[in-house]
Design a protein around this ligand. Structure first.
Ligand code: P6P
Length: 335
């Protein structure tokens, strides 16, 4: 990567207007996530060489078998965010409840809360498929100086001040937004520096890729079945191509760069779908909307959903605006 390309650090300094209302805390928060991601990336990249893959024998609140690397990633992000005196609370996919961070200087003075899926798609680690970290940042709504409460975490996604993901794939990329567009940074592992490789990412208004686990077809609602048949018809710009990696960050990232729609709908056995609203769908929805795309549960904009529980799930339709709107048409026709 030639030196004339901006580094993530230079980008943050050069775009302080994005963080105008913060006293440098938000940019320090983004930097601390960047640092933790480098440490996690180092372990992910050598998974298989050391005894850090495979399951730890525990299960998380989702009842999912915890992989050693996602326990490691969870610990690293929590440790980095805690030590940096920037956040007052953290919620994680790997933690049953939220974590209160008192701070060392003055009690509970920090103004941000972070919600994180430390290693999404971790079941793919052992087969060397891309995995990712997803993060969502809000300003607390309860008074500074008091302990953070569940209310600070159960904010609608439109309140996010920043959201992003790190993809540990053929290269490691950090893609994030602070509400002023979406930028992608690629890590040069040789020197541990992220470079602005994908400035101002725009999601094509339409595309030819649909991404869904068709193994669940029999359980899908009729609206989804009808939309899939629409995608497969030999008409106009169709049939579309089906691509499904089974790792949310990788599937969304591909669509961000190539256009497409990702769907994880409700099913007859999972009436709210599988993906979690607070630390998967909301951050991805902010990123996709900032890039010109759309995200809903088939009926309601994801970012307008009022959360009621930390680990609640929602059906998820996300990607190129016109493709999501067409899928919503089929969903709404079936009611
Ligand atoms: P399924 C990974 O467990 C995850 O949360 C997302 O990363 C991924 O898109 C989805 O679940 C895959 O779920 O049921 O298709 O295996």
């Amino acid at each position: 990567m030639s030196s004339k390309v901006q580094t993530l650090g230079e980008f943050i300094i050069g775009n302080q207007s994005e963080f105008a209302y913060s006293t440098g805390e938000l940019s320090r928060l983004i930097n601390s996530i960047r640092l933790a991601a480098k440490v996690v990336n180092h372990e992910v990249n050598k998974a298989g060489l050391v005894d850090i893959t495979g399951a730890v024998g525990d299960t998380n609140i989702q009842g999912e078998e915890q992989q050693k690397l996602d326990v490691y990633a969870n610990e690293k992000f929590i440790q980095t965010l805690t030590n940096r005196e920037i956040v007052c609370g953290i919620a994680s996919e790997e933690e049953d409840d939220f974590i209160t961070i008192k701070g060392h200087n003055k009690d509970h003075q920090n103004k941000y809360v972070v919600l994180i899926d430390p290693l999404d798609g971790s079941s793919n680690i052992d087969v060397n498929i891309s995995v990712g970290t997803i993060f969502s940042i809000y300003r607390r709504i309860t008074p500074e100086g008091t302990p953070v409460t569940l209310k600070d975490f159960l904010q609608p996604g439109r309140n996010q001040v920043a959201a992003g993901y790190i993809m540990y794939g053929t290269s490691t990329m950090m893609v994030y937004t602070t509400g002023h567009g979406v930028n992608g940074f690629t890590l040069n592992p040789a020197i541990g520096t992220y470079y602005l490789s994908h400035p101002n990412i725009k999601l094509a208004e339409t595309g030819k890729i649909y991404s869904i686990n068709e193994g669940n077809y029999i359980k899908f609602p009729q609206g989804v079945k009808n939309y899939l048949k629409y995608c497969q018809l030999e008409e106009e710009d169709r049939p579309y191509t089906s691509r499904y990696i089974g790792s949310l960050v990788a599937d969304i990232h591909r669509n961000m760069l190539k256009g497409g729609i990702y769907i994880y709908p409700e099913t007859s056995t999972a009436p709210n779908g599988k993906l979690r609203l607070l630390y998967e769908c909301n951050p991805m929805a902010m990123i996709v909307e900032q890039a010109g795309g759309k995200a809903s549960d088939g009926f309601t904009r994801i970012l307008d959903i009022q959360p009621t529980e930390l680990h609640q799930r929602v059906p998820f339709f996300c990607g190129s605006k016109k493709m999501v709107e067409k899928a919503e048409e089929f969903m709404q026709k079936e009611g």
